[in-house]
Ligand binder design. Structure first.
Ligand SMILES: Nc1ncnc2c1ncn2[C@@H]1O[C@H](COP(=O)(O)OP(=O)(O)OP(=O)(O)O)[C@@H](O)[C@H]1O
Length: 365
């Protein structure tokens, strides 16, 4: 017997969950819905609870409270004493290190799930062969995992997860084990396969690029709770925590605005491009911060003395971390860098034009 394709009622989410888990001092409290064909990225710093959430969905960790419904079936509902083991959930998982069976060929790794769902050996192997062909790996059918490259093993793991036609596909850092070149290629292929997947997909990742390229919606958690959720565009435009700001590459401050003037918590004042009254966030990209060896003349409204604390390569530029009245990241070009002594401990002047800052209300909208 194969799992029928997902058939949710029109407009209802395929996954409808409130994942609550308590482990010692840590508590995950994550409402999560995903529609058919939708890809949601779950992002968060180390220890935020991403793996814990993934494990509850896969059936590797029971919920402490809340509930988990997939395709209309209650899979985990502690209050009603319902819990469904992993093998009876319509869930496919691609683990970070793929966890392919080392003693089975690529074909048999993929055929394993369909076999367990009740397909006979021949039909399971046929389905596996079809998946290998879709992944462009037909000639690797007889290879064992150790004979596959990282990118090929990743695609076999994806085929193995999709071959059971899961209502929910879980991807745990699916590209993390790949080198940069393979990653680019594999990301593009993964995007194609996800677009064809009619079930729900949850992608757990640290990499904002994976999230931006692969997901329709981002859910960001910190300390087990959602801090921000929405499309990449809305999150990038208005990050609401330091973690989210760093994720999208912005400097972010919280303060109190009176017109264009924003007083930050420690008394430092920034002049913002757009006027507000009340609690606001002020954000600007590192590229908006200019560094000068001496106090700059002229018109920038925001200038302050700062001290370099770190220097890293960032694409074609250098990203400079600065301390001072505010912590800030600045991107400078190699030619601008040549004018400055870019060593930790070096004093510089930072400047940001008001027009390059963005202020928006801090209260949730
Ligand atoms: N077996 C366990 N027993 C008790 N606490 C645990 C256990 N496993 C994880 N935790 C705690 O649960 C919290 C969330 O961990 P989790 O692994 O889900 O975070 P994460 O977001 O996946 O982090 P990372 O990005 O580092 O993988 C952490 O505080 C962790 O210490």
């Amino acid at each position: 017997m194969t799992t029928p394709p997902p058939t949710p009622a029109a407009g209802s989410p395929l996954l409808d969950a409130h994942l609550v888990v308590t482990r010692g001092d840590f508590r995950l409290d994550l409402p999560l819905t995903i529609g058919p064909g939708e890809v949601v990225a779950l992002l968060g710093p180390n220890g935020a609870g991403k793996t814990t959430a993934l494990r509850t969905l896969a059936g590797l960790l029971p919920l402490s409270a809340g509930q988990l419904t997939l395709d209309g079936r209650d899979l985990d509902h502690p209050e009603r004493r319902i819990w469904t083991p992993p093998e009876r959930r319509s869930v496919g998982v691609v683990f970070q290190d793929y966890l392919l069976f080392p003693h089975l060929t690529a074909l048999d790794n993929i055929a394993f799930g369909p076999r367990r769902q009740g397909l006979n050996r021949q039909r399971a192997r046929q389905r596996a062969a079809d998946w290998l062909a879709r992944m462009g790996l037909a000639e690797y059918a007889r290879h064992k995992p150790r004979q596959l490259s990282g990118g090929q093993a990743q695609r076999v793991a994806l085929a193995r997860a999709l071959a059971v036609e899961p209502a929910l596909l879980l991807l745990d850092e699916p590209l993390a084990a790949l080198d940069a070149g393979t990653r680019l290629d594999t990301r593009a292929q993964l995007q194609r396969h996800l677009a064809a997947h009619t079930g729900a997909t949850l992608l757990v990742t640290h990499d904002p690029l994976d999230a931006l390229v692969l997901a329709d919606r981002l859910v960001i958690i910190e300390h087990g709770c959602v801090v921000q959720e929405g499309s990449a565009a809305t999150i990038t435009a208005q990050p609401r925590t330091d973690y989210v700001a760093r994720l999208v590459g912005l400097n972010l401050y919280r303060g109190h605005a009176s017109g264009h003037h924003v007083r930050l918590g420690d008394g430092f004042r920034l002049t913002a491009g757009d006027p507000h009254d009340g609690d606001v966030f002020v954000a600007f990209p590192p590229s908006a911060v200019a560094l000068h060896p001496r106090q700059p003349d002229g018109s920038p409204r925001n200038t302050w003395p700062a001290t370099i604390t770190g220097v890293q390569r960032h694409g074609d530029n250098l990203r400079i971390q600065l301390t001072g009245p505010i912590e800030v990241a600045a991107d400078v070009t190699p030619s601008a860098a040549a004018q400055l002594a870019l060593t930790p401990g070096q004093p510089v002047w930072a400047a940001v034009k008001a027009a390059e800052t963005r202020a928006y209300p801090a209260a949730p909208v």
